[in-house]
Design a protein around this ligand. Structure first.
Ligand SMILES: [Zn+2]
Length: 470
């Protein structure tokens, strides 16, 4: 899609008229292409010791080795005006908000990178370590029921991770070198809606008639002479093929590995999309995780064969919180009753909320939800949403935002729990509010949730698409 007025405005930025022959040899194009600076870096974040693993409450033992290393990767970009933007991806279940807060302060101080210029995204693999927030929480232990030693080990891991990410970002910035950016996309079909309507409510099970987003968006980074340097790709699907006790990046980890094997000089980075209500099917074997990884890598390879459209500057980004309301929390009496449940997670959650009620006199009623948007000239809009975002959001934004290509990521900057659409909230079930049982949040959200998030996204998109006057 072309937004001519918008694009014309941005084309005044420094452009080179280049005859482009992509390294893959299949695509040749001639277009005006801005030269960015781009730098990548990668680091291993696999725990050195066995650790409790995140994602499934039912695990009964810590990790036992690894299938492959978990990695964190960074892509630093700088437009011709010197504006920078850094994308960090991690093969982990989520991004703890305190880690995001720590990191954004440090990178601001050390690298002069403002918070809106830092995007963190987690693949949501369920075969990574537990990320216990380093805080003296009134809420105590998480539902995993870790021992004090395990809690300490997890907090230490998070501290080490934060320092690694800080150095990683510095290395990516140090590696900045001339590059061209372009956008392309393809499709992969293994994600399926997992909210099966039944007479007993919505069940976590394949639902072939439910909404999906099979798009595989790809940002390619080439050297000025057309050599592929990095490829950032997305997909909207839970990384839950596997549930065993070996560290593994699941399909997203395999897709990155396969791409880097096929292109040894290239760094491949996965950005999780709005896969909150999407699962990879079939699942539960290593072979299936590899097959889904291969399917996604093939999708990216196909996108690389297609005619990519240039991505130009300037880079403009915005990051803001929007205050989301929770529904009326349960009363003290209801919580006392829930505390007698035969379900240990219901008992745990009641205990957490009762403790909050005792200490603060009330249960929190809002959540500060992070929304980030980055605009590349008139060519690409990336929307990075916090939490486990259901697919309705990416379908909606891609349908209703005109102009440049739109890429919607979930699992960004703060993975606190699910972000349901109004439809999913009304339907109920796990993503609609049931999953709040495994967090320290009262849940579910109030019906205003979708409108508040959508309005904030539109507001930020409008802002980053408005050229700065200078
Ligand atoms: Zn999840």
């Amino acid at each position: 899609m072309v937004m001519t007025k918008f694009r014309r405005f941005f084309c005044f930025s420094i452009c080179l008229f280049t005859l482009t022959v992509f390294a893959d040899g299949f695509t040749a194009s001639v277009y005006a292409q801005e030269i960015f600076q781009a730098g990548v870096a990668s680091t291993v974040i696999t725990p050195k010791q066995p650790m409790w693993m995140s994602g499934y409450a039912a695990r009964t033992k810590p990790s036992e080795g690894k299938i492959h290393d978990l990695r964190a990767k960074a892509l630093a970009l700088e437009d011709s005006h010197g504006t920078r933007f850094v994308i960090v991806t991690v093969d982990l279940l989520g991004i703890p908000r305190p880690s995001r807060n720590w990191l954004e302060k440090k990178v601001n101080r050390r690298y002069k990178l403002p918070p809106e210029s830092l995007l963190l995204n987690a693949s949501h693999t369920h075969c990574g370590p537990v990320l216990e927030e380093a805080k003296d929480s009134i809420y105590g232990n998480t539902f995993y029921g870790l021992s004090p030693e395990q809690l300490q080990q997890s907090r230490q891991y998070v501290k080490t991770l934060q320092r690694k990410l800080l150095r990683l970002i510095g290395r990516a910035i140090d590696n900045l070198a001339p590059a061209r950016l372009s956008y392309t996309h393809a499709r992969a079909g293994f994600a399926m809606n997992r909210r099966l309507p039944t007479e007993q409510g919505y069940r976590n099970h394949p639902y072939p008639d439910g909404p999906v987003d099979h798009d595989v968006p790809v940002l390619r980074v080439d050297s000025p002479d057309g050599k592929l340097q990095a490829v950032v790709f997305g997909y909207a699907c839970h990384s839950t093929t596997l549930s065993f006790t070996q560290f593994c990046g699941d399909y997203a980890g395999f897709a990155q590995l396969y791409l880097e094997e096929a292109h040894p000089e290239v760094t491949a980075m996965f950005i999780a999309g709005c896969g909150g209500d999407q699962n990879p099917y079939p699942r539960r074997t290593l072979l299936l995780a590899q097959q889904h990884g291969r399917a996604l890598a093939n999708g990216v390879e196909t996108a690389l064969l297609s005619q990519a459209s240039p991505v130009r500057g300037p880079i403009q980004s915005a990051l803001e919180t929007v205050t989301l309301d929770f529904a009326q929390p349960p009363s003290r009496e209801q919580l006392a009753q829930q505390g007698q449940s035969t379900n240990k997670y219901e008992r745990w959650h009641a205990g957490v909320l009762l403790k909050e009620l005792e200490q603060n006199g009330k249960i929190r009623s809002t959540y500060p939800y992070l929304v980030q948007v980055v605009q590349f000239g008139g060519d690409l809009t990336m929307i990075a949403l916090a939490g486990e975002v259901v697919v309705d959001y990416s379908l909606r934004f891609k349908a209703e935002l005109p102009g440049s290509n739109v890429w919607v990521a979930g699992y960004s900057n703060d993975v606190f729990g699910y972000l349901p659409s109004l439809r999913v909230l009304k339907e109920g079930g796990y993503e609609g509010g049931g999953a709040m049982l495994y967090t320290d949040l009262p849940g579910p959200f109030a019906p205003s949730v979708e409108k508040l998030v959508v309005d904030k996204v539109h507001n930020l998109v409008e802002r980053v698409r408005t050229p700065k006057s200078n």
